[in-house]
Design a protein around this ligand. Structure first.
Ligand code: AMP
Ligand code: MG
Length: 323
């Protein structure tokens, strides 16, 4: 990709069309500028990680124009409806179990069984989300490790030439990120403090726990806390140079011969394609391997360049000893 279009507010239709076509479009929210992609398109989601230069696949927040659209993707209980009623649209993200019918790509949730959803308050963001008509995965629109951008110029500084467009809605009002509240388990957990205060949430929900501290709830730990958290059921063997009929193969490039089942990440060695097929592939190999009575998954080596680092981080987690 070459230039990044700086779009004025009036160009919402163009920005929405780009999103639907699988392009990356940064847009303003009331917190910070988000780097948006259609959450249902694996390649578009993979390109978010590439553009940001993220060293690992952490789960992304999907954005919606209203609570009805958000709750179509997740299993929302009475607590979720109560906080949504009170704080949406606004700087609150809810982590909830993925709905079985959700078409959000597994890469957008880093393979987790939960989804993070939010309805932003910024009028331009809502208009864009309504016009796009698809869930929009959007982390902050900055290079990994840089500060979150609150103007279109900040976004251009960091991501110009790496994304298709920036929708310029002027400076963001809040500048802090959304509060992330996990309602996927019995006890509400504050995963990230942000624009909505803990006290305001506690007034509605009672005491709010912290991840890890609240091990008594069956809730998921925060992403990345457990090394083997994303592990498939079958053992994973890294950097395989040969494979047998008793193993399933996660291939990268020309596949090793003789495996009992094969999932190709990218025959041509395209990192974006490989990233877009990683989570679906691990799930498929796990299911298919178990169905065929295979003993494990052998993963071919992936170079550390570009998205390869995040792919290898994920594979290392999958291969880590189980706790
Ligand atoms: P950012 O990418 O900067 O918008 O941050 C997204 C935040 O939401 C991070 O703190 C993530 O860990 C958190 N998050 C997103 N999805 C999930 C999920 N499914 N489970 C737990 N935390 C999530
Ligand atoms: Mg960020």
């Amino acid at each position: 990709m070459t230039g990044t279009e700086l779009l004025p507010e009036a160009a919402i239709g163009r920005a929405a069309g780009l999103l639907r076509a699988g392009a990356l479009v940064a847009f303003p929210t009331e917190t910070v500028y988000g780097l948006g992609a259609d959450a249902r398109q694996a390649r578009a989601v993979a390109r978010i990680f590439e553009a940001k230069g993220r060293p690992r696949f952490n789960p992304l927040i999907s954005h919606f124009p209203d609570a009805e659209a958000a709750f179509a993707e997740v299993v929302a209980d009475a607590r979720a409806h109560a906080v949504a009623e009170r704080f949406w649209p606004g700087p609150l993200t809810l982590v909830l179990p993925r709905a079985p019918e959700s078409r959000i790509d597994p890469l957008a949730s880093a393979g987790q069984p939960t989804l993070a959803v939010r309805v932003p308050a910024h009028p331009l963001a809502r208009a864009l989300l309504r016009a796009a008509g698809v869930p929009v995965a959007a982390p902050s629109a900055n290079r990994s490790g840089a500060v979150s951008p609150t103007t279109a110029a900040h976004v251009m500084d960091g991501l110009g030439g790496r994304i298709e467009a920036v929708l310029d809605g002027g400076p963001c009002a809040v500048g802090v990120e959304s509060t992330v509240l996990d309602l996927s388990g019995p006890k509400p957990l504050l995963l990230r403090p942000g624009g909505v205060t803990e006290a305001a949430l506690a007034a509605l929900l009672g005491p709010i726990g912290r991840p890890g501290a609240a091990a008594e709830g069956a809730a998921l730990p925060a992403p990345g806390m457990m090394r083997s958290h994303y592990a498939p059921g079958l053992p994973v063997r890294l950097a395989a140079r040969a494979v047998g009929p008793e193993e399933a193969l996660l291939a990268f490039g020309p596949p090793l011969p003789g495996a009992g089942a094969v999932w190709q990440l990218s025959e041509s060695g395209d990192m974006v394609e490989a990233a877009s097929r990683l989570f679906a592939g691990l799930r498929w190999l796990d299911e298919e391997g178990a169905r065929r009575g295979l003993s494990g998954i052998a993963a071919m080596p992936v170079p550390e360049e570009g998205l390869g680092a995040a792919i290898n981080d994920r594979l290392a987690r999958a291969a880590a000893p189980r706790g």
